[in-house]
Design a protein around this ligand. Structure first.
Ligand SMILES: C[S@@+](CC[C@H](N)C(=O)[O-])C[C@H]1O[C@@H](n2cnc3c(N)ncnc32)[C@H](O)[C@@H]1O
Length: 185
């Protein structure tokens, strides 16, 4: 619901793409692509995942373990996207640390980054790669997991971001949401 509200009311008027870090079976990516289509929004939705489960995790910070969420299939998802006719949805397979450098040339400024990847390293990489990529009028950086007890590493990555950038949350529930760059009022 919050993704819908941000897309319909917040993001309107901002031009650019949407990106998701952590798509698993693409529930939220398909939802966003469908909403974007129905709202007549231009721009692509990039859905990033290893599509073979979590990479190695940090046992001091992350509850999740390597290979959690491996019950998905990139090929089956590609078929699903085709079947639904979602021409605005592009699944990108691989570790973010590899798929972002390979694909950055075709990704426009980001109006909404949905960060739903549960572990410190992945969230930290998503933040550092997307901050320079956000729409200059204030793209939405939406964190799915930092308030979950199983995702302390995500909270730590967000805290690091706050320390480095001085950003302040625009929403605290159901997601931590930041506008980047910081809006001056
Ligand atoms: C909670 S799931 C995503 C749920 C999804 N947004 C949905 O709507 O169902 C987290 C996903 O992040 C992925 N992930 C975590 N770290 C990653 C990384 N460094 N590179 C690629 N995928 C990663 C995992 O493979 C997993 O599928």
């Amino acid at each position: 619901m919050n993704l819908f509200l941000i897309m319909k009311y917040g993001r309107q008027g901002l031009e650019g793409d949407i990106i998701e870090f952590g798509s698993y079976r693409e529930g939220s990516a398909i939802f966003m692509a469908n909403i974007a289509r129905r709202l007549g929004m231009k721009g692509m939705i990039y859905a990033l995942d290893a599509f073979k489960g979590m990479p190695t995790t940090d046992k001091l910070l992350d509850f999740h373990s390597a290979e959690d969420f491996k019950d998905t299939s990139f090929e089956a998802l590609q078929d699903k996207v085709k079947e639904l006719g979602l021409e605005n949805l592009i699944p990108l397979k691989g570790l973010f640390q590899e798929s972002i450098p390979k694909n950055l040339y075709r990704i426009n400024k980001i109006t909404l980054a949905h960060i739903d990847c549960d572990i410190y390293d992945a969230v930290n990489y998503a933040i550092s790669s997307m901050i320079p990529q956000m729409n200059p009028w204030g793209g939405y950086l939406v964190f799915d997991d930092p308030l979950q007890s199983s995702c302390l590493g995500v909270l730590e990555a967000v805290e690091d971001m706050i320390e480095e950038t001085g950003l302040r949350a625009e929403q605290a529930y159901p997601h931590l949401v930041y506008r980047v760059p910081k809006l001056e009022v």
